[in-house]
Design a protein around this ligand. Structure first.
Ligand SMILES: [Zn+2]
Length: 409
């Protein structure tokens, strides 16, 4: 490889280490020769890089029998169990702390209620206290905590500052990630929750091999994550993907964003539950649902049992989602559309309604070959934070920290 003199040599080393680690992590078991071929790095460079990664314990050698029955070949895999990540989800109404190893195996999860205050300083104090306790309780000898990932249900700007949080008033952007990084002396990565979830879906889920895709997350709020050319599209001004705030009902309810009749006011879990409550109060009769029991899961179950009221509501929701997705499809024609959230438990009715609306509202040639699928990810609340850490391992920014001080002669 020819190195242009103006290129920082350390940066090149870091990039090459990241390329090798990513190949091993994604494609292992893999031999050094295969790594050299796929990365276009000289065999001597691959040997040197793998030596460093081995010394740090990030990869390990495994013996593999050649398929031709020849001598045993040494292959390499990445080490998952020896490293732990601390994950934080700062939701609209809750705080979730979790620990995962590098294979996405969930080791521990704790749901906490947010303290009853709007003072950001108090919330930060509470969060740090809880984190200290959580780390203390879940320390394990022989495994190393390497990074912290945070997702928030608000906006994060390009400087990794939180700019907006639903239900909280921020007088200035909140430097939470930096404060946590300094307090715990660990590399810390932060992102908006739905965009991070789209990244997780792309790394570990149903959009794994897609060049581009759209993930629509329906939970307490409604948002999308757009993946283009294998990366989450953030946009110059950050936070692109707020399709939950496209208006679907000009006479509808007031939205948290200040506008009226946004998609979120019609299809979020609470919007669906409130609508069902209203229908039941208006005298609609359901065999499965009552004024006491009509949460999103019960509504989905009822619709799966052909309950008329539930089916009518889910179909209405599907049509509204379909209208907004049709606009999105016309805009950027994604390879695949993924729906994530409890509502996918009513997939049969919901997806039929979405598909039908897409077919009548989007360009037919765009829709015809676009799969519409439900997310199959587990731990949707924290897997996005883990994806941010995985991205940092693969792009070299976290690997740099882990390899710092290694003798690379
Ligand atoms: Zn809105």
């Amino acid at each position: 490889m020819q190195i242009n003199q103006i290129v920082n040599v350390d940066l090149v080393k870091q990039m090459n280490s990241a390329v090798v680690y990513k190949l091993i992590d994604r494609q292992g078991p893999i031999s050094r020769i295969q790594i050299s071929e796929l990365s276009q790095l000289a065999p001597a460079s691959v040997t040197k890089i793998t030596r460093n990664l081995l010394a740090r314990g990030l990869i390990k050698e495994v013996e593999q029998q050649q398929s031709t029955g020849g001598r045993r070949a040494t292959s390499i895999v990445s080490e998952h169990k020896a490293f732990r990540t601390l994950l934080i989800h700062f939701g609209r109404e809750e705080l979730i702390l979790a620990m995962m190893d590098l294979s996405t195996k969930l080791l521990k999860k704790q749901n906490l209620e947010l303290p009853d205050t709007h003072e950001i300083a108090l919330i930060e104090e509470y969060l740090i206290e809880q984190l200290e306790e959580f780390i203390r309780q879940n320390e394990k000898r022989g495994s190393e905590l390497i990074a912290i990932g945070i997702t928030v249900s608000g906006f994060v700007n390009s400087k990794n500052l939180i700019e907006d949080l639903p239900h909280f008033v921020l007088n200035e952007p909140w430097d939470l990630a930096n404060r946590i990084a300094n307090r715990f002396n660990l590399p810390t990565f932060i992102g908006q929750d739905v965009r991070s979830l789209a990244l997780a879906e792309h790394y570990f889920g149903v959009t794994k091999d897609c060049f581009d895709s759209l993930l629509l997350r329906i939970h307490r709020g409604v948002g999308a994550g757009i993946v283009i050319n294998h990366e989450v599209f953030q946009g110059y001004k950050s936070n692109a993907g707020e399709i939950g705030h496209i208006q679907v009902d000009p006479l509808g309810k007031r939205c948290l964003c200040g506008n009226v009749g946004c998609l979120e006011t019609v299809v979020s879990n609470s919007a669906i539950e409130n609508k069902m409550q209203q229908m039941l109060e208006d005298g609609y009769h359901s065999k499965w649902l009552s004024l006491e029991s009509h949460d999103i899961e019960a509504i989905c179950k009822a619709s799966n049992k052909q309950d008329e009221v539930a089916t009518e509501l889910i179909e209405h929701v599907g049509v509204q989602i379909g209208r907004v997705l049709a606009m999105s499809v016309n805009m950027f024609n994604p390879e695949k559309i993924v729906i994530s959230g409890e509502i996918t438990q009513a997939k049969n009715i919901l997806f039929a309604a979405i598909r039908k609306t897409l077919e009548t509202h989007a360009l037919p040639s765009f829709v015809v070959n676009t799969p519409l699928v439900a997310s199959e990810l587990h731990n949707e609340d924290v897997i996005g934070a883990f994806a941010l850490i995985k991205r940092a391992l693969w792009d070299g920014s976290l690997l740099k920290h882990l390899l710092a001080g290694q003798n690379d002669s």
